[in-house]
Design a protein around this ligand. Structure first.
Ligand SMILES: [Zn+2]
Length: 319
């Protein structure tokens, strides 16, 4: 037997030992993280900012897809089955997720359990219907406007709901999460001052929007959505609605149409061709357009795009 052959088993044993140490460390680190599933990319981003390196977060809907119509894939039931925390937008935003929640068979994340977070709790909702409306007639937004994350101030309430959920299931990390939440609020406050400053010259500008995604955004930044391409949320426009819209835009000199990336361009482009308006496609969520990787970047992008389009159209409402 040569010396080399004698050494070989020792080398193998050492290698196996090293590998198992690496593996154990890896699985320990992995197992340590709190597994969070969020329905949206915005909730994912905020959860990551509060949970830091103690969480592993996955989202269900993509930032660029229509969040009202989601294919509830069985693969998400498996993910939800293993989740420690589940975070939803709430209201009637994720009617599709009930199937997943039922199929997940995970009592830790069921409604009312410590691992269940409805991010809308405590948010002052807009567009609460004055009369009874009915989902069976195609109505959506039946409890108020569910796109509330588009007001940066609401993100502090969303983050508070997530913080409380994280502390419920991982109280030993409470100080760490609290510190991240303080940092998050500070960052929002600082950036909001800059965003408001940029939008100030356009205060009161009238615009048209495609879907009722934007009331929280436009209320915060003081621009006015006077009409929608959709006559009601989720309902396609009739030719007479489009004709009326064109007439109104001409009469009131409205030069901007904002739309979501997941609605087709044809109708907005047609209206723009008749009125000289600009069509501005704005992301409604993190990752709605590539490069928008977190909640802060979403507003950096939206505000800059709005300002650029107002400038292009020669709009300024302030003296
Ligand atoms: Zn909607």
């Amino acid at each position: 037997m040569t010396k080399g052959k004698l050494l070989r088993p020792t080398v193998i044993i050492y290698s196996l030992m090293i590998l198992s140490v690496i593996f154990l460390n890896y699985s320990y680190a992995f197992a340590e993280k709190i597994k969070v599933i969020t329905t949206s990319t915005d909730l994912k981003s905020i959860t990551e900012l509060i949970g830091g390196d103690r969480v592993k977060v996955e989202n269900i809907t993509k930032g660029y897809q229509n969040p009202h119509i989601v294919d509830a894939k069985p693969s998400y039931m498996l993910k939800l089955n293993k989740a420690d925390l589940f975070v939803k937008v709430g209201l009637d935003f994720e009617t599709w997720s009930q199937l997943l929640e039922d199929g997940a068979r995970n009592p830790r994340i069921r409604y009312g359990s410590p691992g269940y977070v409805d991010a809308s709790i405590g948010v002052e909702l807009l567009d609460i219907p004055m009369t009874k409306i009915d989902r069976s007639l195609g109505d959506i937004h039946i409890f108020g406007n569910p796109h509330y994350w588009l007001d940066p101030i609401n993100s502090k309430i969303i983050a508070q709901n997530i913080l409380e959920g994280l502390i419920r299931i991982s109280p030993e990390n409470a100080d760490y999460f609290d510190e991240n939440k303080r940092h998050f609020d500070k960052e929002i406050n600082t950036r909001l001052v800059k965003w408001l400053e940029k939008m100030k010259p356009y205060s009161g500008t009238k615009i048209i929007a495609y879907h009722k995604t934007w009331p929280n955004l436009t209320k915060r930044f003081k621009i006015k959505i006077v009409d929608y391409v959709e006559p009601k949320p989720g309902i396609s426009p009739s030719p007479s609605h489009i004709a009326n819209l064109i007439k109104r835009m001409k009469t009131e000199n409205i030069k901007i149409i904002i739309k979501e990336p997941y609605y087709e361009n044809k109708i907005s482009d047609f209206i723009a061709s008749k009125t000289g308006a600009s069509v501005l496609t704005l992301p409604t969520s993190v990752e709605g357009i590539s490069g928008i990787n977190n909640y802060f970047a979403l507003f950096d992008y939206i505000i800059d795009e709005l300002v650029n389009t107002f400038k292009e159209q020669g709009i300024s409402t302030n003296d």
